[in-house]
Design a protein around this ligand. Structure first.
Ligand SMILES: *Cc1c(COP(=O)(O)O)cnc(C)c1O
Length: 320
């Protein structure tokens, strides 16, 4: 097994992805600052390539393949954004990509993945185990499996978003990060402890799937059934082992947000900031709104993790 990633790995990932990943904008809104009572900065990964931070980890991981691994190809499983990220990174690096996706993945994500040249294999997320399918196909076809979060190179790549944020805005009092399997949060933790050591760092997961919070409390990774939530990017059943070790060391706490709170944040992003954010991407800001009284006067960072949502679904969520 590889070593747990460190901040040095984040810096090395930043150099590897620099020519391909966007340095995403940091947005602020005076109106939001007034409403929250804090100075809030948003790192907008909904403007990243493929519309989510996942391109960072995917490109970092694939750029480290040996010539033999490149020829044979990559395989992964994903509810969407990691799939698109692997498919695009693989195309840029000329590596064949096989992607295992759930039957109910948003149509835009499936179409985009196929559009990038990925070969999609479907499974039923409520009855089948995607990790098992992935391992079996990888062994069978000689492919290298790059999972969505439980991998040192993926974690290091995801950490580059926060590295850019601190580079741009300096130290923060608190930082709020969407949490699924923990790749983004653990990578962010490496950058945070190096660049803004006193910053309070929070992971935010859907209330229907609070396995991360329970894992932190119990000191061991808690497994749950696939949670029913509109935050499809965080419908994970458990934290990864690499992420968990970093999270329990470096993260202050894990919070939750309800689907209704995510919709309210989507509405604020759309109406005030004129930006489309997918439900999962709203987790960080939903927690900030809940905690506003405690954050008064602080410098607060929020990672907006992605913006991939079918427009029909976006409209339906906002009018429900
Ligand atoms: C994957 C994803 C997450 C969760 O990231 P993890 O690394 O699994 O914790 C959050 N938001 C979006 C938009 C994602 O695509």
């Amino acid at each position: 097994m590889s070593q747990s990633p460190t901040y040095d790995d984040v810096r090395s990932a930043a150099a590897r992805i620099a020519s391909q990943a966007h340095r995403t904008p940091v947005l602020r809104s005076r109106l939001i600052n007034e409403r929250v009572g804090a100075d809030v900065v948003f790192k907008c990964e909904n403007f990243q390539r493929v519309g989510a931070f996942k391109f960072r980890g995917a490109f970092n991981a694939l750029s480290r393949f040996t010539p033999g691994q490149r020829r044979s190809g990559v395989i992964t499983y994903s509810s969407g954004n990691h799939a698109q990220a692997i498919a695009l990174a693989a195309r840029l690096l000329d590596i064949p990509a096989t992607i295992i996706m759930p039957h109910d993945a948003p149509a835009a994500k499936v179409t985009a993945t196929e559009g990038y040249g990925g070969q999609v294999v479907r499974y039923d997320r409520y009855t089948e185990d995607r990790e098992e399918i992935g391992r079996a196909l990888a062994a069978d076809r000689g492919l290298t499996l790059i999972p969505p979060y439980d991998h040192p190179h993926v974690i290091a790549g995801q950490g580059t978003a926060a590295e850019e944020l601190f580079d741009e805005v300096g130290e923060l009092d608190a930082l709020f990060v969407p949490l699924g399997g923990g790749g983004l949060l653990s990578g962010t933790a490496l950058s945070t402890r190096a660049l803004s050591p006193d910053c309070a760092l929070y992971g935010v997961e859907p209330e229907a799937g609070d396995d991360g919070r329970r894992s932190l409390r119990q000191g061991t990774i808690v497994h749950i059934d696939t949670p029913k939530t509109i935050a499809d990017g965080a419908q994970t059943q458990h934290l990864g082992t690499y992420p968990f070790d970093i999270i329990r060391r470096d993260v202050n706490d894990i919070l939750t947000a309800t689907d209704a709170e995510l919709v309210e944040s989507m509405r604020i992003f759309g109406s005030i900031m004129k930006t489309v954010v997918e439900p999962t991407g709203c987790l960080g800001f939903a927690a900030v709104r809940n905690l506003a009284p405690q954050l008064r006067g602080q410098r607060v960072g929020v990672i907006i993790s992605g913006g991939n949502v079918d427009l029909d679904r976006y409209a339906a969520l906002l009018t429900s």
